[in-house]
Design a protein around this ligand. Sequence first.
Ligand code: ATP
Ligand code: MG
Length: 253
Amino acid sequence: MKEKKIIEMRGISKSFGGVRALDKVDFEIYFNEVLALVGDNGAGKSTLAKIISGVYPPDEGEIFFEGQKVQINNPREAREIGIEMIYQNLALFNRIDVSGNLFMGKELFLPGIWGKYFKFLDNKKMHKKSYEFLQGLKIDIGSTKKKAGVLSGGQRQVVAVGRAVLWKRKLLIMDEPAAALGVKESGEVLKLIENLKEKGLSILVISHNLQHVFSVADRIIVLRNGRRAGEKEVKYTTGDEIVKLIVGADVII
Ligand SMILES: Nc1ncnc2c1ncn2[C@@H]1O[C@H](COP(=O)(O)OP(=O)(O)OP(=O)(O)O)[C@@H](O)[C@H]1O
Ligand SMILES: [Mg+2]
């Protein structure tokens, strides 16, 4: 039914002490897909996301990225191959402005000797490019001269995601991107996910909010007690069916 996979994981297990957080999980995301990972508290969703983004190594299992077998030893290695996890609170430098955050590590310097030998930053150009770039993501966060520390949770994610796009990441992981956000901001984050898909990225979104999941995802994978409990295409499923997979089909609700 589907095209190529951007990532495929086979037989992934992970334990923390006596807790088996993931038990031989197979998992895949297709190119340009929005995949929602759902499940109850403690089902193993964040653990799986952290394995993909290099935070934890799996105890067992294999990972293929764009068809190549890979070992992702830390978040830096994940970024190098094109995977970025967006954290709502950790991702930005609060005392630096939006443009500085976007271009962090990829700064533009003034032309000529001032830039080349004296490393003078071309702030004007970075602000202009940041502004255009954020407009391109169709989300207005106001001035790019605002310090990141004054941004709201939703705006912070826009900047963090913007940076990932600027760095040409291919797979973005968002763990509960709308948690702790108001209704309007949640809507903006969902819109952002749609815009990213339009730009050709693949997105893994973890959410407890099935309304969000149904509005934004192409496909849903359900984890239950560290195991893959099921997979459904959003077009061909219902909230009831997903809830049953989350709690276990034998449970009467
Ligand atoms: N660093 C850790 N040390 C010990 N146990 C952990 C650690 N991380 C996760 N666990 C355990 O592994 C299991 C899976 O946790 P995980 O955070 O992946 O669940 P989750 O599906 O993301 O849940 P939630 O919806 O509540 O965020 C839980 O039992 C959790 O307590
Ligand atoms: Mg979690």
